[in-house]
Design a protein around this ligand. Structure first.
Ligand code: ADP
Length: 633
């Protein structure tokens, strides 16, 4: 028999396949099953107008069988089959795509055929040392056998086959030092792959499963009879066939969505929100997305990979397509199915695909709208969501030089000191008294501690609300926003709070001028520690507090301290002294009496107290403790 050569471009591709460019070889099965499903589509479609097809819809199936001893895997379909010419043309060359021809002939959109992409059939050579295709085309009596062991070429000869359709037998490669192929002749391995990639192929994919059962007890079984087991095989349908995302929302119960989510994404808890959406027109797709109730354990680690599963016509082509989700929505999980995608094996090409870009843009908007409506209609649930994933959204505002801040700022919620609940920026601004110029916020590690800060009390005393920010990213995020609805953000830990009236300001200024020399003396004692010492009129009971000047706040200093490479970054601190506190009087009196030593000691004491109030560590705790004791005796 004459061995025929593959056409040039096919040979190249074949070489690539044999020396596999795919890292996940298992996708060969997806490709072969997709081809089988296409072939069934074609016969199914023909049957709609041609009585002679004589097949009921329910008869269509794809059979996957294994022979472990022979190391063979067989994929068998009862689709349209291939003639001798078709076997030669379709499998001998890649330039010709039968599916494409069929689609243009039958201008019917309802029959959508995958297989316009990829290298399909040839991927079999990634795992097989020999591929045998036996096919009988619809309307033909004679069947043909196409066989190839790879690059050397292929043969085609007549053979026997009872039914219309195609059987593809793969002789699975022997293991090598680096590759193990045994999984492809294991029942569970094959079932897993089918479930993973071809769960939504619309025809049943059946395979023989080995099961075990108890043998019936003999009638006169003795008392000490032990039950015996036997194994048997049974045809089982592996795939679930109808994709949930293609179903009408109204026809799917919450329960079904939840189960799907849990099974697909291995979560023990139902999702917080299900987002089902579809589009027709420029790009058509169905998407089913979920917002998890809790963060996956690896969410904040490098190992976590964002992305949605990408399907085309029910067949998975990518498990996590990262390009479908912006980083700030990386917590979303789900599935996108589009028949429009012009898919290729290469990720680079996928990235440039404008269809994909259009889909991802729509999805981003959809997620944003859904979150926004959850925020408006179910605040309690939203706050829970935000506590879990808000950090990612804040990072989204902060990163890319604030490029996405306008889109995301209305998704923020912060704890309001006045209202004792989470509120939006819009709610804050709407409730602002006319005289209030700034949006005040305090940043620190706990709400309880922030509420008690001297400057926090000062703001609240004025009748102004205060946002209490407890996440490390908060200040960076608000600094990036700068303002909201023309109101600037003001960190209460950064000096000038704009709380005083003009009269108060004046009084403060004259008192400061008077104490100028005293402050100079104190600064000497605290040299290198504080940038300035100022009088404040907003501290009530507290004698002192610390604030900061410049871009790095005290809270930021704490955050940065824990980041590699930023250890040396410190804030420029200002010691604020309560103008109406008795301690200020004491300081003035000691200074006037020329008691420089006391002034120095008090300056240090007060500075250390302020550090403690801010939750910062004292540089020399022993000295501090000693000084306090000295005062007591
Ligand atoms: P593609 O599916 O992208 O066209 P393939 O290399 O997978 O590329 O297949 C080439 C062609 O071979 C298909 O278009 C189809 O016409 C034909 N073919 C492959 N598998 C089958 C099958 N099981 N039954 C009928 N035709 C098939």
């Amino acid at each position: 028999m004459r061995v025929k050569q593959f056409k040039a471009e096919s040979k190249k591709l074949l070489d690539l396949m044999i020396n596999s460019i795919y890292t996940n070889k298992e996708i060969f099965l997806r490709e072969l099953i997709s081809n089988a499903s296409d072939a069934i589509d074609k016969l199914h479609f023909k049957g709609l107008t041609d009585q002679s097809v004589g097949m009921a819809s329910s008869d269509f199936r794809i059979l996957v069988t294994l022979d472990k001893k022979e190391r063979t895997l067989t994929i068998s379909d009862n689709g349209i089959g291939m003639t001798k010419d078709e076997l030669e043309n379709n499998l001998g060359t890649i330039a010709k795509s039968g599916s494409l021809d069929f689609k243009t002939e039958n201008k019917d959109e309802s029959i959508d055929i995958i297989g316009q992409f990829g290298v399909g059939f040839y991927s079999a050579f990634m795992v097989a040392s020999k591929v045998t295709v036996t096919s009988r085309a619809f309307g033909e009596e004679q069947a043909y056998k196409w066989e190839s062991e790879g690059a050397a070429g292929y043969t085609v000869e007549e053979c026997e086959k009872d039914d219309v359709g195609t059987d593809i037998v793969l002789k699975i490669k022997e293991n090598t030092e680096n590759e193990n192929y045994d999984n492809f002749v294991e029942e569970y391995g094959i079932c897993d792959i089918i479930k993973k990639y071809s769960d939504y192929v619309r025809y049943p994919i059946k395979t023989l499963r080995t099961k075990s059962r108890m043998k019936p007890r003999p009638e006169n079984a003795p008392d000490d009879y032990k039950d015996e087991y036997e194994s048997y095989t049974e045809l089982e349908t592996i795939n679930s066939m109808i994709p949930l995302w293609k179903k009408n929302k109204k026809e799917v119960t919450d329960e079904e969505y939840n189960e799907f989510y849990k099974n697909t994404f291995y979560d023990y808890e139902a999702p917080a929100k299900v987002i089902s959406t579809s589009s027709e027109g420029m790009v058509s797709y169905n998407a089913l997305m979920f917002i998890p109730s809790h963060a996956p354990f690896d969410f904040y680690s490098k190992e976590y990979k964002k992305g949605l599963a990408l399907y085309t016509s029910g067949v998975m082509i990518m498990e996590k397509c990262a390009d479908l989700l912006p980083d700030y929505f990386s917590f979303v999980r789900g599935v996108v199915d589009s028949a429009d995608l012009s898919l290729n094996i290469s990720r680079e090409i996928l990235q440039q695909d404008h269809q994909l870009k259009a889909i991802s843009k729509n999805l981003e908007k959809k997620i944003r709208n859904e979150l926004s409506s959850m925020k408006d209609n179910d605040r309690e649930k939203y706050v829970e969501f935000f506590k879990t994933f808000g950090r990612i959204i804040k990072f989204g505002i902060y990163s890319d030089y604030g490029m996405n801040k306008d889109k995301l700022q209305d998704l923020l919620v912060f704890y309001s000191a006045a209202q004792k609940k989470y509120i939006t920026l819009d709610e804050y601004v709407t409730a602002m008294p006319e005289a209030q110029k700034f949006i005040y916020f305090a940043a620190g590690d706990s709400i309880e501690r922030l509420e008690k800060l001297p400057s926090a009390e000062a703001v609240i005393d004025r009748g102004y609300d205060l946002l209490l920010c407890t996440e490390d990213v908060d200040e960076f995020c608000l600094q990036m926003l700068r303002s909201y609805k023309e109101k600037e953000f003001k960190n209460i830990g950064s000096g000038e709070l704009g709380l005083e009236t003009d009269k108060e300001k004046e009084e403060l200024k004259s008192a400061s001028d008077e104490a100028k020399d005293l402050f100079e003396e104190m600064k000497k004692a605290l040299s290198g520690k504080v940038a300035d010492i100022r009088l404040s009129s907003s501290l009530k009971e507290h004698p002192v507090s610390l604030s900061s000047e410049g871009p790095v706040s005290i809270e930021m200093e704490k955050v940065l301290k824990n980041m590699p490479g930023s250890e040396g970054v410190v804030s420029s601190k200002v010691l604020e002294i309560n103008a109406s506190h008795r301690i200020f009087e004491t300081l003035k009196a000691d200074f006037a009496a020329g008691n420089a030593e006391k002034v120095e000691k008090y300056a240090k004491l007060l500075y250390n107290q302020a550090l403690l109030i801010e939750g910062l560590a004292i540089e020399d705790p022993v000295e501090y403790a000693k000084s306090v004791c000295e005062l007591m005796i």
